[in-house]
Design a protein around this ligand. Structure first.
Ligand SMILES: [Zn+2]
Length: 432
């Protein structure tokens, strides 16, 4: 924990600033998991990845099995925990235990004592009360829904959530079935690439009318985020290949020209509908993936070509901080988003935010997104995010670069005003 008078004063002020959370994976109370077994409950979310990395996938899977009793899991948990309890993912678990259950020490007795009194965030009142307690005014949600039901009004999100259009399934076209599934969201069938592009435009238009505030893409998990724009003929050929025979499929990287062309088409739709686009860059959830393909630097050509589209580059591009700061500084249509970052690597987050104060216009930073499926984990993350923001700004105040009042206003802009304006959410701006 950082210390010092400047930090202490700023930390207290940052606590009071309301938050627009730019990235979550829950719809509201109805998507919160009803937890029964305490170890499973407190080791879900990203901490699971650190357990896999330190203690192996078998141990991690056992801890996430809700059918195995706490007592039986305990020795496995204890051994795993001893190997990784100092990471920020584990710190979120500790914060949940402390702040939600009053537990400072983890013991078998303490864990067994949680059974029967685990948080029930499926309860709407409890869910909203927790959001209020942590000052979360609104969350942008990257969720998976039956979009046909969503568009017809049969399915919806909690009123504090704002939905995003998930892009990967729209452009990573592999099969005839995949194409028709997307077309089915608006009750159509598709026979050629032009019809598919028209479908995407209509789908996005209807999504915007139903409240979508942007688009979100996490294709970096499966492919390099370099998109070429000139491959219309090749794209058409690949599309025809799967249209001509529903039993065919295209793999990666063979399907990349089609994927790339549709992605650019989606950027034209984003421009016309004035929808900002969130892009996964940097570190990925889980283990054993290739991070080099996710560097935001690969996305440069899209940023330069689609100048009328606003892009929100995620996760601090971890571990490529310099590229991330460059893109935010250099391109007027780019914002830098710290979602997930505060618990991937808190010290990196502090450094990059302190650097950003003097390197990047402060209007271009989005300070927090939880990036969890469960609200209590997002709230634990928010505690660390507030620590990091206060620490980064305190460093710049102590360096004599900015004053205390300026630091407070920057914090309010990072946490609330910038995302409010960027995603045109329409809340009253916060001034401190
Ligand atoms: Zn995410």
């Amino acid at each position: 924990m950082p210390t010092g008078k400047t930090y202490e004063a700023l930390r207290a002020d940052v606590e009071k600033i309301p938050v627009i959370d730019t990235h979550e994976h829950f719809r509201g109370p109805d998507s919160q998991e009803a937890q029964k077994e305490p170890i499973k409950s407190v080791t879900s979310g990203y901490v699971h990845s650190d357990i896999m990395s330190a203690a192996g996938e078998e141990a991690a899977a056992m801890l996430q099995n809700g059918e195995i009793p706490t007592e039986k899991k305990w020795p496995v948990f204890q051994r795993a925990w001893a190997k990784m309890e100092h990471t920020a993912y584990a710190r979120v678990t500790k914060l949940i235990l402390k702040n939600e259950y009053g537990l400072e020490e983890i013991s078998l007795e303490a864990m067994k004592g949680l059974a029967g009194r685990l948080l029930n965030l499926r309860d709407k009142k409890a869910f909203e009360a927790m959001m209020d307690r942590y000052g979360i005014r609104c969350c942008l949600a990257n969720v998976w829904l039956d979009w046909k039901k969503f568009l017809s009004g049969e399915a919806s999100l909690h009123e504090r959530m704002r939905v995003l259009i998930g892009l990967p399934e729209l452009h990573a076209v592999r099969t005839f079935e995949g194409v028709q599934r997307v077309a089915g969201y608006i009750g159509r069938k598709v026979t050629c690439l032009d019809e598919y592009a028209a479908c995407l435009r209509e789908f996005c238009t209807r999504m915007k009318a139903r409240g979508a505030v942007g688009m979100k893409d996490q294709s970096a998990y499966g492919r390099i985020i370099a998109y070429e724009s000139g491959g219309r003929a090749e794209a058409e050929k690949l599309f025809g290949f799967i249209m001509d025979d529903p039993r065919r499929s295209i793999g990666y990287p063979a399907g990349k020209p089609l994927d790339d062309w549709i992605f650019h088409e989606l950027m034209r739709i984003a421009r016309d509908l004035e929808l900002p686009v969130q892009i996964h860059t940097g570190h990925m959830a889980g283990i054993r993936n290739d991070v080099t393909k996710t560097n935001a630097a690969h996305f440069r050509s899209v940023l330069e070509l689609h100048r009328d589209v606003k892009f929100d580059l995620f996760h601090g591009n971890w571990p490529y901080a310099g590229d991330w700061l460059f893109l935010g500084k250099n391109y007027p249509n780019v914002a830098l988003d710290c979602c997930w970052l505060h618990v991937i690597d808190p010290r990196y987050a502090r450094r990059v935010l302190a650097d950003a104060v003097s390197a990047v216009p402060h209007s271009k930073i989005h300070g927090f997104g939880g990036d969890y499926g469960a609200l209590e984990f997002a709230c634990g993350h928010l505690v660390i995010a507030r620590d990091n923001i206060a620490a980064a700004l305190a460093e710049m105040v102590d360096d004599g670069w900015i004053g205390m009042d300026e630091a407070r206003q920057v914090a309010a802009d990072w946490l609330f005003n910038n995302p409010n304006e960027f995603f045109t959410l329409g809340f009253e701006p916060v001034s401190v």
